[in-house]
Design a protein around this ligand. Structure first.
Ligand code: AMP
Ligand code: MG
Length: 355
């Protein structure tokens, strides 16, 4: 399908001190007419379409250059709206209720059996649909004003780094979409945790972690059994039905090579190559080496992992755009709490250059 890549992209700023309902209504009107709107969430900016309008959803795939096997997340105004798009098996209902109460509105996506009204294009033909109630007023407000769920993947071209600011959306998709709602920087910065509620081998409710994110394993502890499929299992499943590109080995990639530094070995720069370092706090022995053209700390204010998560994609973009840097080196991060999701994204960004 041909798409107009030379349209005017309007950016509407969301002022939290104003009554934003006018903006939600305006965005909902664009969606109701089959258009696309970039809308902030607390994790990354989403590229939204009316989830019940298959043609509009097709435009999301066209604009993102996203393969059709890659299903979208549906954003709902509240947990009650789940019943509009899924049919929850009775044995999983208590677990879904617990998770919704604990983490919604928030950065958690639940994969559940879909209702017939959800077009196949949204789920790439899968019998399940990914559902989310974000804590960002904008996405929920627009979905409420539209009266339908909003199908929205991250507002970047396929495989690129997810945008965490309106400016990053405009760089990715400016000229290709009519409207961007500017809600400032995203407060979490890493994409939502994707969980598939299921029964374990003993018939007890459990969740499979399909993508790591801000709802960490530590936060899930005590609520239900957590099954984390191994990388190999996910890759084998993805080869059969590549149903979660967040699960593809290479994803979230900058244009330049990005290498993860193994802390057990010293870093040896190559002659004639200029290196930029993405450092955790900027003061490690590695960061002190004099071989860097630029060192960007993820947590300069020592807000530690939470600060690092908010800045991760913006720092990856900045390094990518720095003309004096040829190769990006990233320090390994502690794989606890949100660090696990960040290492997952960095590993995939590095894998994009392995072949
Ligand atoms: P994005 O919003 O671009 O980060 O992509 C949405 C993520 O949700 C992708 O990794 C999808 O594969 C995943 N997803 C969406 N629907 C499903 C589903 N029915 N089953 C498994 N994963 C899904
Ligand atoms: Mg994405």
């Amino acid at each position: 399908m041909l798409y107009n890549f030379a349209m005017e992209t309007r950016v509407l700023e969301i002022d939290p001190l104003e009554d934003c309902r006018k903006i939600w209504k305006e965005a909902a009107e664009v969606l109701a007419a089959g258009g696309l709107v970039a809308i902030p969430t607390e994790t990354v900016y989403g590229l939204g379409a009316d989830a019940f309008n298959a043609e509009a959803v097709a435009q999301v795939f066209a604009v993102k250059e996203r393969p059709s096997f890659d299903p979208l997340i549906c954003h709902l105004p509240n947990a009650k709206a789940l019943k509009d798009i899924c049919v929850i098996p009775a044995e999983l209902q208590p677990l879904v209720d617990t998770l919704a109460k604990e983490f919604w509105p928030g950065p958690m996506t639940l994969v559940l059996p879909k209702a017939d009204c959800v077009p196949d294009i949204v789920t790439s033909g899968l019998p399940t649909v990914a559902c989310r109630v974000t804590s960002h007023e904008a996405m929920r407000g627009v979905a409420r004003a539209l009266g339908h769920p909003i199908a929205a993947p991250s507002a970047n071209r396929f495989g690129h780094i997810s945008p965490t600011s309106a400016a990053a959306v405009v760089k990715e998709l400016g000229g290709a979409i009519p409207l961007v709602l500017d809600g400032g920087a995203c407060s979490e910065g890493v994409e939502s945790t994707i969980l598939a509620p299921c029964l374990d081998e003993k018939g007890k409710p459990a969740v499979r972690v399909l993508r790591e994110g801000p709802v960490t394993r530590e936060k899930l502890r005590g609520l239900c059994k957590v099954i984390k499929p191994s990388k190999r299992q996910l890759e084998e499943e993805a080869a059969k039905t590549p149903n979660a590109p967040g699960q593809l080995k290479s994803h979230y990639a900058p244009n330049k090579p990005l290498l993860l530094h193994d802390p057990k070995t010293p870093f040896e720069p190559q002659e004639g190559v200029s290196y930029g370092l993405i450092s955790y706090e900027g003061d490690s022995p590695l960061a002190q080496q004099d071989c860097w053209t630029e060192v960007m700390p993820l947590s300069p204010g020592s807000g530690r992992l939470a600060e690092a998560a908010v800045r991760l994609f913006a720092v990856m973009r900045a390094m990518d755009e720095n003309e004096d840097v040829d190769v990006i080196i990233a320090e390994e991060l502690p794989t606890v709490n949100i660090g696990a999701a960040m290492m997952d994204r960095l590993t995939r960004a590095a894998a994009a250059r392995e072949h």
